[in-house]
Design a protein around this ligand. Structure first.
Ligand code: NAD
Length: 508
């Protein structure tokens, strides 16, 4: 097999420098940590990390900025986010380049991630004029009862490597229009994109006259995330990452009665029924399972196929997998870029070995694609047939493995779909409305996102994003997810001239 042609690290470094310069980032060079590209698995820059004292000062500054920002009218707060959205549009290509360079996403998906930033900014601008409370019927004559929503405080955002910009923008644009300020601890694997996002937001703040400390970024590892977790000035910790991380973060924030919004791992399944349109199902399945090299929280990991059609679907699926172009994520033809590092490659090998011991059969893929770059990890996405959900199938392996299971009745398929600890995203492919409705009903999928004839990944920002069980229960993005970023007050006004106690109590 010939070795995969990859760009030279020096060329990638020049590309990173050019994008950062156009965005206006002055990289804090140093030797505390490395900005690295998974394309070649090599380092790009040595970076200076945020010290404990700097982190402390950042939270203090964001808290002080909050005291001013909370009284800025919400539609004016929206003007900051509008300007930010314009800057993201202007720098769309450079932001996408940085996402490809640091997270290894193919260009189309990196551009999609930037589009998501633009979409959520537009959404948040609209939201800045719609932070409605409700009026509630009072049981007392001459009384009015209503809910109002107020800014919460400093929001600490902890984010994962695989959506290095979009997840931050889901949280930040909504938090800012809600009157909160933000301190962000991005993944240590995607620091350059974080510096770029921070620069554009700071520029927007300078231009519209908002306090510049409404946003601060902390560059470094989990210990900086722990600072946000433990700091009582951080009113909400919104943490996106593995269930392991959420298990550590959730109880610590709860112990100080802080608020937490957890967006954790998934183990997403799609059910393919006998009536499914396979021409529609196939590309949806391949994108969801192999896209982003399987490194999405919503990636499709289990395909639950009706026994009557499995022999028709599987050869088409494996043929599509064999044709998947793997390689340089900047190349127009590539559909599968690198894994973030060699660690998920090891995890993938381990999972494939375990599933084989459990009776699974690898039908296609699973091998490392040869390159001259020892630190880069390119793999052939794998399809594995297995009869039962052995322990490894019930885990989230953050790499492109699709387990194929079969079923006879819809009830059995739904039970398989739900029989994992995670509850993020799910799909059914069917032309039978009864099956679709059952899947979406109370006895159907137990996930936060339940789709019909749509893959598990690629959510729109207008809906609430998140999932149940070990996925953490948090919701971000659209719908009423903004409530998490504000505090609710219940107001009762007596406009009568009488004292009237609730529950008709007489006193004095
Ligand atoms: P990770 O858990 O290793 O790291 C995520 C972030 O948490 C990083 O910034 C890390 O520094 C920080 N962190 C880790 N331990 C911490 C601790 N104890 N205290 C405070 N901060 C801590 O995750 P990753 O490898 O970067 O990302 C992949 C994982 O993220 C997958 O499990 C994926 O499913 C999940 N994810 C979930 C969503 C979602 O919306 N549900 C979105 C993207 C990724």
């Amino acid at each position: 097999m010939t070795s995969l042609a990859l760009p030279a690290t020096d060329d990638l470094l020049s590309r990173a420098r050019a994008s950062l310069t156009r965005i206006g980032v002055v990289v804090p060079e140093g030797d505390d940590l490395q900005a690295r590209t998974p394309i070649t698995g090599e380092d790009l820059f040595g970076l200076k990390g945020t010290t404990d004292a700097d982190a402390e000062a950042a939270v203090a500054a964001a808290h002080e900025a909050f005291l001013a920002w909370r009284s800025t009218p919400a539609p004016r707060r929206g003007e900051l986010v509008r300007r930010f959205g314009e800057l993201v549009r202007e720098h769309r290509s450079d932001l996408a380049d940085l996402i490809t360079l640091e997270a290894g996403k193919i260009r189309a998906e990196a551009l999609g991630e930037v589009q998501e930033m633009i979409d959520i900014a537009d959404y948040a601008v609209g939201l800045s004029r719609q932070l409605y409370g409700r009026v509630i019927a009072s049981e007392r004559a001459g009384h009015r009862m209503a809910e109002t929503w107020h800014p919460l405080g400093v929001v600490g955002i902890i984010s994962a490597f695989n959506f290095p910009a979009a997840v931050w923008s889901w949280n930040t644009t909504v938090a800012l229009v809600c009157g909160d300020t933000v301190v962000w601890k991005p993944s240590e694997l995607t620091t350059l994109i974080a510096l770029a996002c921070d620069r554009l937001l700071t520029q927007a703040a300078e231009e519209v006259g908002a306090p510049v400390n409404i946003h601060r970024v902390l560059i470094g590892g989990r210990e900086l995330g722990e600072k946000l977790v433990d700091d009582p000035r951080v009113a909400l910790v919104s943490a996106t990452g593995s269930t392991r991380m959420g298990r550590a973060v959730g109880p610590r924030v709860a112990a100080r009665f802080g608020r937490v919004l957890l967006e954790l791992g998934g183990n997403n399944a799609a059910i393919v029924t006998p009536s499914a349109d396979l021409d529609l199902t196939l590309p949806a399945v391949v994108f969801a399972a192999a896209g982003t090299a399987g490194q999405r929280c919503t990636a499709l990991r289990r395909l639950i196929v009706h026994r009557d059609i499995v022999d028709e679907l599987l050869p088409r699926l494996t043929a599509a997998y064999e044709r998947l172009p793997i390689g340089d994520p900047f190349a127009d033809t590539t559909l599968v870029g690198p894994l973030i590092s060699t660690a998920p490659l090891d995890a993938m090998r381990d999972a494939l070995a375990r599933v084989t011991e459990d009776g699974g059969k690898v039908l296609v893929g699973g091998g490392r694609v040869e390159t001259d770059a020892a630190g880069a990890a390119y793999v052939q996405p794998a399809v594995v047939r297995i009869d039962a959900q052995s322990p490894v199938v019930r885990e989230e392996t953050f790499a492109p493995i699709l387990y194929v299971l079969t079923y006879d009745t819809l009830e059995e398929a739904i039970a398989l779909q739900n029989d994992v600890p995670q509850g993020l995203s799910s799909s059914i492919f069917t032309r039978d409305q009864r099956e679709a409705e059952v899947f979406m009903s109370a006895v159907g999928s137990d996930c936060g996102m339940v789709n019909v004839n749509v893959g598990t990944s690629g959510a729109e920002i207008g809906g609430a994003f998140g999932g149940e069980k070990e996925t953490g229960g948090g919701r971000a993005c659209g719908s009423d997810a903004w409530h998490a970023y504000m505090r609710r007050t219940t107001n009762v006004v007596n406009y009568s001239a009488e004292v009237a106690l609730a529950q008709n109590i007489s006193f004095l």
